[in-house]
Design a protein around this ligand. Structure first.
Ligand SMILES: Cc1cc2nc3c(=O)[nH]c(=O)nc-3n(C[C@H](O)[C@H](O)[C@H](O)COP(=O)(O)O)c2cc1C
Length: 410
């Protein structure tokens, strides 16, 4: 039985993403099975660069700690391979610090620099490939979000030395405003990590420019008070993140997919906005697209929540419309409550119940051309076979999140 979809053969691309236009993976057979028709669009193949996916579900980047001196625990190999065997072919690592002295968050997670850590990542990429999947590390610099108390050197830097906590408390900057020299060092560390990723066999990289970390601190006017050409207008705020993308692009060459995660919200500032309307968003995205982003990973807490006001497209929908680049949408896929709702008060509240409503919304968004891929986070921690169960119509067998699944690496 041939799968029928409402898609044309090629999805339209109008932006600067060039060879990374959104396209169906026509060389692949659509996954056929007992899939519920309301979820069928999730199982239309898709390709980006050399990555060819049988379905649209991606594992969202989730930092899990489990590292010794920045070297990823070997358990990551089976952890990711299980998800691949369970139907999720593209898996992203949790955020891994680039090789800049102030990049890391709290010293508990695997980093993406140095021989030992890179050797660990190479083994993980190999395990993912052996299972039939594709591996993409997420590269980050935490900027002013760095947990200074976790390190001997409590320094932190950002565009203006301001953290979200400084803003909330209405106090003076607690860190240093980056000099041109700092920016060169951070840019070069991102490029080195990108080059290392390609060299050790990863299939793509994701640059973390969301959730309030360093590159997002440049994009967001509240943390970026610079008076030079890196602050002020949206194009200026995007200038340094775009320099990072351009350096990574130069390091990996034209064909290697570069994903970029963006978000309106910040951790601890859910109502924050990098753009107040579509014009501002378009002006922020243009330099990033021109610098060589292949796909925007648009992080929301609820996948189909309108990006501006009470109705209209999600952030992913707007980004696709404004750039023509492929986009990934996410937020509460398969679960009933957004990430980090109240859990600071009680960790048990972080464990949501299963819900298929957001998954149906995701399928509708794909069918309508509002997004190309969708990412699942907690649902995949809870059940490595989550995607296969959706594909096979076995939704009643989906395992619900538990506290253990949020913590253990299995
Ligand atoms: C344990 C955990 C760790 C996370 N770490 C990261 C991270 O390293 N980088 C990132 O961009 N998002 C991170 N996130 C956010 C997820 O990628 C995702 O955006 C969020 O969980 C919402 O998706 P969900 O509702 O499907 O879980 C993390 C989420 C969880 C649950």
């Amino acid at each position: 039985m041939k799968f029928k979809s409402s898609f044309g053969k090629w999805l339209r691309s109008e932006g600067g993403c060039g060879r990374f236009e959104a396209r169906r993976g026509d060389a692949l057979e659509p996954e056929r099975s007992q899939t519920d028709q309301s979820l069928a669009a999730l199982f239309i193949p898709f390709a980006i660069g050399s990555i060819r996916l049988e379905n649209r579900v991606v594992m969202s980047p989730m930092g899990r700690a489990h590292a010794r001196d920045g070297v990823p625990d070997p358990a990551y190999r089976t952890y990711f391979a299980r998800r691949v065997r369970g139907g999720t072919r593209l898996v992203l690592s949790g955020a891994a610090a680039i090789g800049h002295p102030l990049a890391d968050y709290d010293g508990t997670g695997p980093v993406f620099h140095g021989r030992a850590a890179l050797g660990g990542w190479r083994d993980i990429a190999e395990a993912v490939h052996e299972a039939g999947g594709w591996f993409c590390p997420q590269l980050w610099h935490t900027g002013m979000a760095r947990r200074a108390e976790a390190f001997a050197d409590p320094a932190a830097l950002g565009p203006s030395g301001l953290s979200v906590a400084d803003i909330a408390a209405g106090r003076d900057p607690g860190g240093s405003a980056m000099t041109r020299r700092d920016m060169d060092a951070v840019r070069d560390a991102f490029a080195r990590a990108a080059d290392d990723a390609r060299t050790i066999g990863c299939d793509a990289i994701e640059i973390h420019a969301g959730h309030g970390f360093l590159l997002d601190q440049f994009l967001w006017a509240a943390t970026n008070r610079r008076q030079d050409e890196y602050g002020g207008s949206p194009a200026n705020r995007a200038r340094f993140p775009a320099e990072v993308v351009a350096a990574c692009r130069a390091a990996v060459g034209p064909d290697f997919p570069i994903l970029m995660r963006i978000s309106q919200f910040k951790i601890d500032a859910y109502d924050a906005r990098i753009a107040n309307d579509a014009d501002e968003l378009g002006a922020l995205l243009r330099p990033l697209t021109e610098a060589g982003v292949s796909l925007f990973d648009c992080s929301q807490r609820m996948i189909d929540r309108p990006a501006f006001g009470d109705d209209g497209p999600s952030l992913a929908g707007w980004v696709r419309r404004l750039t023509g680049c492929p986009v990934m949408a996410l937020g509460s896929l398969g679960v009933a409550r957004p990430f980090r709702e109240d859990e600071a008060a009680d960790p048990r509240l972080a464990v949501p119940t299963v819900s298929l409503a957001p998954v149906e919304a995701a399928a509708r968004m794909i069918a309508a051309g509002e997004c190309d891929l969708v990412a699942a986070g907690r649902a995949l921690l809870a059940d490595p076979d989550w995607t296969a169960k959706l594909r096979d119509g076995a939704t009643a067998a989906i395992l619900p999140p538990t506290i253990d699944s949020m913590i253990a690496l299995c």
